[in-house]
Ligand binder design. Sequence first.
Ligand code: ATP
Length: 289
Amino acid sequence: MTAMLEVAELRHSYGSFTAVQDLTFTVATGELACIVGPSGCGKSTLLRCIAGLIKPTDGTVSLHGDLIERTPSDLAVVFQDYSRSLFPWLSVRGNVEFPLRSRGIGKSERRRRSAEALEWVGLSGAGAKYPWQLSGGMQQRVSIARALACQPSLLLMDEPFASVDAQTRFELEDLLLRVRHEHSSTVLLVTHDIDESVYLGDRVLVLSKSPASIVADLTVDLPAERDQITTRESKNFVALRGEVARLLHGAPTAGQTVPHRPTPAEDSAAAQRFLEAEREQVRRATSTG
Ligand SMILES: Nc1ncnc2c1ncn2[C@@H]1O[C@H](COP(=O)(O)OP(=O)(O)OP(=O)(O)O)[C@@H](O)[C@H]1O
């Protein structure tokens, strides 16, 4: 696989404070790489440098071999806070089409792409609605559709599912997996959630505390087809999750447990609730015709 993104010896300081230092990694074409790190370690700073929103103090970021100096037109970003990233005065369709205007894409092509992207995220019927008429999960689907409509070479996601409830989170994780397989997308996703990084990633890059540097680059040895229940229960998933947790928090000593880690039973109970809610939705949709 060829490298889509190359980050080389990246360092960024805010005044005298160094947020990230000496980060070097690549993301191959078609790969979904997750970055996980402690709160405040510099994950967003790294994404901002990659998106060309801030200029790194040192080092380089290249996309298809071209140095990123300002936001490339074939890169799209999905942020955590959908309520602030969607324009409330524009319809859902208007929001999805908005970045296509600045890319000089004509009206009929904009319509075609927005209809297609809304279909991918299961919102074909919602184009004329306004963001405030939708649930949080639906609004985040609109943000994802807006990014996909740009047909980006690289999709950057900054904690994209952190502001939705647990069941919606599972649903959006599966939506992302489906869409990236259907479109062979290249994705770099930042999360503070260890389970999410293992569930979604082909690779997990573990960052140290601030100033961020890479402490491990792990290959996720799980089948490409993932499932919220069986994947999360599988031996490989549990082992990898433990490895990432130990790298992030240090190995627990005797009598201690890794903080804030749900047990496999809690995970599968949550996944079960998610699937039941999905089934209920299907039952309701089919009974109302
Ligand atoms: N514009 C800024 N000016 C000064 N310091 C900043 C600025 N932006 C971020 N920082 C500092 O840089 C460090 C890294 O911040 P960053 O937001 O990149 O971390 P993060 O890992 O994304 O955090 P979180 O997990 O809480 O979202 C933090 O200590 C933060 O206070």
